[in-house]
Design a protein around this ligand. Sequence first.
Ligand code: NDP
Length: 449
Amino acid sequence: MSYDFDLLVLGAGSGGIACARRAAEYGAKVGIIESNRLGGTCVNRGCVPKKLMVYASHFPVHFEAAQGYGWSVGESTFNWEKMITAVNNEVTRLNGIYQRMLDNSKVQLFRGYGKFIDSHTIAIGEEKVIAQKILIAVGGKPVKPDDIPGIEYAITSDDIFHLKEQPKQMVIIGGGYIGVEFACILNGLGTQVTQVIRADKILRGFDEDIRTEIQEGMQKHGIRIVNNINEIAIEKTDTGLQVRVKGDSEETVVADTVSLAATGRKPNLENLGLENTGVEVVNEAIAVKENNQTAEAHIYAIGDCTDRINLTPVAIKEGRILADIQFGGKSGQMSYENVPSAVFSTPEGATVGLTEAEAREKYGDAVKIYRSKFRPMYYTLPDMQEKTLMKLVVDSNSDRVLGAHMVGDYAAEIIQGVAIAVNMGATKAEFDATVALHPSSAEEFVTMR
Ligand code: NDP
């Protein structure tokens, strides 16, 4: 069989592009198919525009703090349209960069939706392309629950970047990463936010102290969290939306025109023609073995469409390792342990390694917890009651640091550095032997007793 490409990648998101470029560097002939903008969720509808909006939402706190440092701050106003335009312009700029990166790598871009005709052939409209190896990196998309009457009136995180006007009152359904981050962004920008969650606390799966600290911080900043909810119904009225929620108690929350369904994401597998291949789908995600191989030996899958750890840097690493092995003659395996992650909430949270509960399950009473909670120096002159929490989870038998967790300013930046030590298996004694960098918040990680 003669092939048009050594590698054909379905989906030009973070993982697909990373794999395509790395494979091309090794001399492979590579094609990539994308029907939407380059960069996938992260660049167009996720991490990047979200983080820019997070920055926008922080200014009121800085304006308040500035006064404690002698600045007089005039009346400030916020222009939603201006922010959205600036954010979208930046996304467009990044799209151009991705295009140039693909061109420079000599990866051929096909514009359109790719569909398997058979296990080596992909159709993009009328065109058919045959490839020796195929990578599925088609990502995921938000899902709206079908058990909520009126859910058609709710938008998803994809839509929020295109809202023409800032919502005045918004109900956010869901207490995961996306619900929490958008609750904080909109609240910081001046929207009145009510977040409706099924559990007693936001961010299921995170360390309990982190969940509590972020939730309390959000409430202190004015977000109303209605918890333990088991029934939700949205009704459209002449004046806006009414969201009826039922749980421990029952109430109707008013939203002006939109509520946000932040209730999870699922792999983007519709119309891929997977039925024309031997690729297996389990729990709505592509099933892969070690090294990202599907049930068809020459077809691979990475990133959110495999629904493992749905984070951009994980997909990028999976993609690069795959290219290294398949086209670079290297060996290597992706480690899913000690993957750091952050929630860009206000206050911000970040984490690496085991939570206290996970550690106790594995190491029992040997687990020792170190905690430090303090007001960072920045907030002392303005006398603002913002707090930072840091926590280390340690196995007292080996002295190894199993997990590091933080809530507070720059948590993501700080935990990224700590993650190196945790990933290398550093002990608490080694943390303590590291000289503190003073004055900083991060120094608490090496001075906790
Ligand atoms: P998550 O799965 O994290 O959270 C979904 C939330 O919706 C949970 O609180 C869940 O409640 C709730 N929910 C689900 N179904 C219903 C329902 N029928 N009615 C009411 N509530 C419901 O999904 P997200 O959409 O927040 O995020 C998706 C993924 O995107 C994350 O897993 C993460 O990997 C990635 N992401 C990462 C970010 C980062 O790294 N900073 C930022 C944004 C996204 P319950 O807990 O009770 O099940």
